[in-house]
Design a protein around this ligand. Structure first.
Ligand code: GLN
Length: 466
């Protein structure tokens, strides 16, 4: 698909449409949608901004590429003046005091935020059912989950309710819902985009990224949000990715895939067959394909969940009803903390806080937490070795197709295992992109750290190859 941003930009400049009419039509669609993608509409402000864009065009002034383009924001980003709930009871009325850096950059470029989008509470989940706003329904089949945790964002893009949306990815939360709804979703290299103003889930893997219908729109939005930020010391300066630079893939000679991902018993037969057929098509184009060894899915999933739970237990400890969150008064302060947190956190979030505090506690931390940190180092070393041999690693996004609404809530362990193919790349802090091709839930393209450009290049090549 062509760039929607470019197309809309041209229509605005040529006065074929007005920004007000465009924004109004998207707001109407969002309001009427039955997929539960909306936590809050930002209608009034959006229409005000649209009127300004229209006035500029009417005055003959030029507008930037992102100016007037309507987009969605996962409800875990601070946007000053809006309520940021993280789809939780605890923050149901929490008003953001400031705006996240990534979102501010889009606002500065003139993009128009329409909606705070439904997601798993605090990013905890793989289905967008762990939310007080009702389960997000899949864009292709409303009986199936929208994927998670950025489910509302992926469904909004798939349904054209937003032109692009900003998700958050800690262990797969952009890539997996993008795959489940057949759109593009990028988790950039950790640190390429500032996390300032993104509610912290697991700080060492949290990433900001775009979801869109075209690769070109992913590129445009990535460029707009990237860059060093003094408010997030893990950020680094990066060069813009040029459109022409990703249009040729001549320098990609060798790719790899993980044997055990494909030979696993958990993989759906069709996903496997489709993936292997894709590999053949790539080989036919003269690219060498290597089958690589990697850690077992169980090791990846348990390492990720141990660390993610430890980090979220620590990050969420500030939500005690004093500075943040709806407070429930009890007999004394300790009881107040306890009741506030017990009543207002979801089952899934409490499971993670309890698990996280357990692995961090005296007597357990060496055995569990430190061991996981060691495994994470080994995983990163494995990636370093692989990227000496191959330019790109290709994998399915998920072992199977989206589950029915209700199933993941009954079996959290099965839900954790559905993240088998995404979490390893998060632990490695690598750039990785879901493309809506190859298998029914897409393909995941990964490159070495800071090589986001190569990921987009290979995606461009795949577009024409399969
Ligand atoms: N499904 C994974 C989890 O629940 C990833 C979530 C995310 O990336 N926010 O931790």
């Amino acid at each position: 698909m062509d760039s929607q941003i470019q197309t809309i930009h041209q229509q605005l400049v040529d006065k074929e449409i007005t920004c007000t009419a465009l924004v109004q039509s998207k707001l109407d669609a969002l309001k009427q949608n039955t997929n539960n993608t909306v936590n809050a509409l930002l209608g009034e402000k959006a229409l005000e901004l649209a009127a300004k864009v229209d006035a500029k065009i009417a005055n003959g002034e030029s507008i930037g590429l992102l100016e007037g383009i309507p987009f969605g924001i996962k409800d875990v980003y601070m946007v000053q003046g809006t309520i940021t709930t993280a789809s939780s009871n605890l923050l149901k009325n929490y008003k953001s005091a400031y705006t996240a850096t990534a979102i501010q950059k889009l606002l500065d470029a003139g993009a128009i935020p329409l909606v705070k989008e439904n997601c798993d509470s605090f990013g905890h989940g793989s289905s967008s059912e762990n939310t007080i706003f009702g389960a997000v329904k899949n864009a292709n089949n409303p009986d199936l989950v929208g994927g998670g945790s950025s489910g509302g964002s992926a469904v909004n893009v798939a349904k054209d309710y937003t032109v692009f949306s900003i998700g958050g990815d800690t262990g797969g939360s952009i890539r997996q819902p993008a795959g489940y709804n057949n759109v593009y979703g990028l988790k950039p290299t950790y640190g390429r985009i500032s996390r300032y103003g993104l509610m912290a889930y697991a700080s060492s893997t949290d990433c900001v990224g775009p979801i869109a219908k075209s690769l070109e729109d992913i590129r445009i939005v990535l460029n707009a949000m990237s860059g060093k930020d003094v408010k997030d010391q893990t950020t680094y300066a990066s060069a813009e990715i040029d459109k022409d630079a990703i249009s040729t893939s001549e320098d990609i000679k060798t790719i790899g895939y993980f044997k055990n991902f494909i030979e696993s018993e958990a993989i759906d037969a069709e996903v496997k067959a489709d993936f292997l057929a894709t590999i053949e098509k790539i080989k036919a184009k003269g690219i060498e394909v290597k089958a690589l060894d990697f850690f077992e899915s169980n090791t990846l999933v348990s390492t990720y969940y141990t660390l993610a739970m430890a980090e979220t237990a620590s990050n969420l400890s500030r939500l005690d009803g004093t500075n943040y969150g709806s407070r429930i008064e009890a007999e004394n302060l300790k009881e107040t903390y306890s009741v506030t947190r017990s009543e207002n956190f979801s089952e899934e979030t409490k499971r993670r806080i309890v698990g996280g505090n357990q692995v961090l506690s005296q007597g357990f931390s060496d055995e569990i937490y430190l061991k996981s940190l060691g495994l994470r180092d080994q995983i990163s070393e494995n990636f370093e070795k692989d990227f000496n041999e191959v330019d790109i690693i290709l994998s399915p996004v998920t072992p199977s197709t989206p589950p029915k609404i209700g199933d993941s809530l009954k079996d959290p362990l099965a839900m954790y295992l559905s993240d088998a193919y995404t979490v390893g790349f998060s632990l490695g802090q690598l750039p990785t992109l879901t493309v809506p091709q190859g298998t029914s839930t897409g393909l995941q393209i990964t490159a070495a750290k800071n090589n986001d450009e190569l990921v987009l290049k290979f995606a461009n090549f795949l577009k024409d190859t399969i």
